[in-house]
Design a binder for this molecule. Structure first.
Ligand code: HEC
Ligand code: HEC
Length: 247
């Protein structure tokens, strides 16, 4: 090696050293953050089971509004507590061998099993306040991590303009099914129930537009826009879909 090469090699070594050090530091920080979340998520899951009747959104560790969590967020908040380690015989996350035959059943069957329960797999992973689409997103997320090519059902608010351009009835139903259903299907927290004429009549006496304005701002336990983060137009489609059910 010539003298010049040796001189050039020293700073290079220093740079490589710094890069390796940074990579290790980032990895350790990430580890720390994930393990903290894991403990959290387990506590949250227990709470979620205990507090079945609590309004959605208060019981899961996520900033996303009810019904809007991605597959990854749902997995980390709920499913991970069993599927990360293969607890109780569950197929382990990322284990293509354990998932292969299950993936062969198809997305619909796997989703039905995750929604309704399957042997030691509890319905919705024990978190009844997850929307059906959230559970399906988590199914796709987990199966895809083990080699499947399923499409995660889209998150309502993230579709933006594309959804607004579609048929308002379809958009309204889609938003209702992923968000409003959490309270308005069961009448949770005093919400007027889907299809319940008596509950809706006094609210609709001034017309749908008036009810829309009230729901947009929020009313007692009804969060502004029901927690929906998309456009006013899309939210209105959901109000129309919901109120049409009770006409
Ligand atoms: C309390 C533990 C537990 C939690 C929490 C849990 N699972 Fe499971 N899961 C299981 C077990 C056990 C099985 C295996 C059941 C069997 O095959 O007998 C399973 C199997 C599955 C399967 C495969 C079903 C099939 O037809 O082969 C899917 C899909 C699934 N879980 C999705 C989920 C999703 C999505 C979540 C989170 C919302 C979740 N699980 C949370 C325990 C759990
Ligand atoms: C966290 C539960 C919850 C969610 C989610 C929710 N709502 Fe509500 N909603 C309520 C409750 C509770 C009321 C009744 C409030 C009251 O009268 O005190 C209500 C009332 C309403 C009303 C009637 C307002 C009026 O004029 O009396 C409309 C319209 C409405 N919701 C639409 C929606 C739509 C559309 C969505 C989905 C985008 C949605 N809500 C999501 C709880 C919810």
């Amino acid at each position: 090696m010539s003298k010049e090469n040796q001189a050039a090699g020293a700073p290079l070594k220093a740079v490589v050293g710094i890069i390796v050090f940074l990579a290790v530091a980032v990895y350790l920080l990430a580890k720390l953050a994930t393990s903290g979340f894991q403990v959290d998520a387990q506590v949250m899951t227990k709470e979620a089971v205990a507090a079945r009747l609590k309004p959605v959104g208060s019981s899961l560790a996520s900033d996303a509004p009810p019904g809007q969590r991605t597959g990854e967020q749902v997995y980390k908040a709920v499913c991970m507590s069993c599927h990360a380690d293969g607890l109780a015989g569950s197929p382990k996350f990322g284990d293509a061998g354990a998932w292969g035959a299950r993936i062969g059943k198809g997305f619909e069957t796997l989703s039905t099993h995750a929604l309704q329960g399957f042997n030691a797999m509890p319905a919705k992973g024990g978190s009844p306040d997850l929307s059906d689409d959230e559970v399906k997103r988590a199914v796709a997320y987990m199966a895809n991590a083990a080699g499947a090519k399923f499409t995660e059902p889209a998150v309502g608010g993230a579709e933006g303009g594309a959804a607004a351009a579609a048929d308002p009835d379809v958009v309204g139903k889609k938003i209702y099914d992923s968000i409003c259903v959490a309270c308005h299907a069961s009448g949770a927290a005093g919400a007027p129930k889907f299809g319940d004429k008596a509950a809706w009549a006094p609210r609709l006496k001034d017309g749908v537009d008036a009810a829309y304005e009230i729901a947009k701002k929020g009313l007692n336990a009804m969060p502004p826009k029901g927690g929906f983060s998309g456009s006013d137009e899309e939210f209105k489609a959901a109000v129309v879909y919901l109120t049409n059910s009770a006409k």
